[in-house]
Design a protein around this ligand. Structure first.
Ligand code: RFL
Ligand code: PHB
Length: 389
């Protein structure tokens, strides 16, 4: 098979890119290792910045998002008795949208056939070839047969564990990484949220987050050590711990219910440079990971795709290769700012096993500063709502 852009990975980055290219008449094929049900079963992001909602609007795939998503004007930072509300709308004039990554992915998936975007699911052994040439290709096996897709470019949208990043030789690359000594244990349950806005809580037992997917579906997280096992967290223990960490006011409004999903995700900051090598581009989690505290991962995938689709549309429609050459630098400038914000909010709101009383006083002093400074709140709000493209 021949196409213009071969896309590896049908997560948000790959599907958004495929749709943006098809909307400009550019041929693209997406190759995904998992089945559609598996992809939709992964419970991940919940908060969308304007960059992501704008993309769904540009594609004309925003009807369900606007009908079912919940715009939020603010969120809360809690520490003991203190609750600091960050009024993002008053401070920035903008909102964020609570609409699950699962739903974004479903909307993109459902629209693919009608828009001429071919997505090949359950493709095994995906491998990249000749990425330094103008005629790269990918090979994969499916149903026992071997297949090859020849393309002008490859977009590696295959997440942190995919093969694309590894196809960039070490001699031209540099990786930056920070691994945190804890993970987030998440629970999804069909119960009303305890608060109409998100609460990020710093408690002596560790961080907790109260989030939601809708008026009837809640998403909560707690910080746990990396060696913690899901089996050690039956629902009752998790609800008890959430009530302790979120504090009495929130606890009074927690509705308990059976978990419909429970999983542990490790926290990591990671950036890979460059994001293009020859005819291969990286976008989304394949090039960078942020800890989920800032709600930035999916939104960074979306901003990468805005830059990458600009570059590819310039190349194919206007014969202009400048965007291709500039992609990595443009994308990384925004990536590093989101890395900074996610790392800072993670440091402020979690309990680190290696930290002592001095670091704790630093957290308290910073929260005190934030509580009393419009400038500090504005800085948090403009980052949370999303920096300009
Ligand atoms: P994805 O979603 O991982 O998709 C990559 C796709 O590539 C496929 N793949 C392969 N396909 C073919 N061959 C191979 N060899 C392949 N290897 C992998 C995979 O099956 C998959 O379908 O990456 P993408 O598209 O870059 O999207 C990134 C986002 O998924 C991620 O950044 C966010 O989920 C991060 N994140 C959050 N982001 C936000 O913006 N807001 C949030 O509120 C938020 N909360 C979260 C999060 C991530 C979490 N976890 C579990 C990591 C909360 C959590 C708990
Ligand atoms: C979520 O609802 O899954 C969520 C919300 C905010 C975050 C991270 C995850 O910062």
């Amino acid at each position: 098979m021949k196409t213009q852009v071969a896309i590896i990975g049908a997560g948000p980055a790959g599907l958004l890119l495929g749709h943006l290219l098809r909307a400009e008449g550019i041929d693209a094929v997406v190759v995904e290792r998992q089945s559609p049900d598996y992809v939709l079963g992964r419970i991940r992001a919940g908060v969308l910045e304007r960059v992501t909602t704008d993309l769904m609007e540009r594609l004309g795939l925003d009807a369900r998002m606007h009908a079912e998503g919940i715009p939020h004007d603010g969120f809360n930072l809690a520490d003991g008795e203190r609750l600091i509300r960050i009024d993002i709308t008053a401070l920035t004039g903008r909102q964020v949208m609570v609409y699950g990554q699962t739903e974004v992915t479903r909307d993109l998936m459902d629209a693919a056939p009608a828009r001429g975007l071919e997505v090949i699911y359950e493709a095994a052994d995906v491998a990249l070839h000749n990425v330094e040439s103008d005629a790269p290709s990918i090979s994969y096996t499916r149903g026992g047969a071997e297949h090859r897709i020849e393309a002008r470019f490859i977009a590696g949208c295959d997440g942190f564990h995919g093969p694309s990043r590894k196809a960039i030789p070490e001699r031209v690359a540099r990786a930056f990484e920070k691994v945190y000594p804890f993970g987030w244990l998440g629970i999804l349950a069909d119960v009303p949220p305890c608060n109409h806005e998100l609460i990020y809580a710093n408690h002596a037992n560790g961080f907790a987050l109260a989030s939601m997917r809708s008026e009837t579906r809640s998403r909560y997280y707690i910080q746990v050590p990396l060696d913690e096992k899901i089996e050690d967290w039956p629902d009752d223990r998790l609800w008890d711990e959430l009530a302790v960490r979120l504090g009495p006011d929130a606890a009074a409004h927690i509705t308990r219910g059976p978990s419909i999903e429970k999983s542990i995700a490790p926290l990591r900051s990671f950036v890979f440079e460059p994001m293009r090598h020859g005819s291969l581009f990286l976008a989304g989690d394949s090039a960078h990971i942020v800890p989920p505290t800032g709600a930035k991962g999916l939104n960074l995938a979306a901003s990468d795709v805005v830059y990458l689709s600009d570059a590819l549309i310039g190349y194919f429609r206007r014969n202009d290769a400048d965007g291709v050459a500039g992609y990595s630098g443009r994308a990384l400038a925004r990536v590093w700012k989101s890395e900074r914000f996610s790392w800072q909010l993670t440091s402020l709101m979690h309990r680190f096993p290696e930290n002592g009383p001095f670091e704790r006083r630093m957290q308290v002093a910073e929260l005190d500063y934030i509580a009393n400074s419009d400038a500090a709140q504005t800085s948090i709000a403009e980052n949370y709502v999303g920096l300009p493209l």
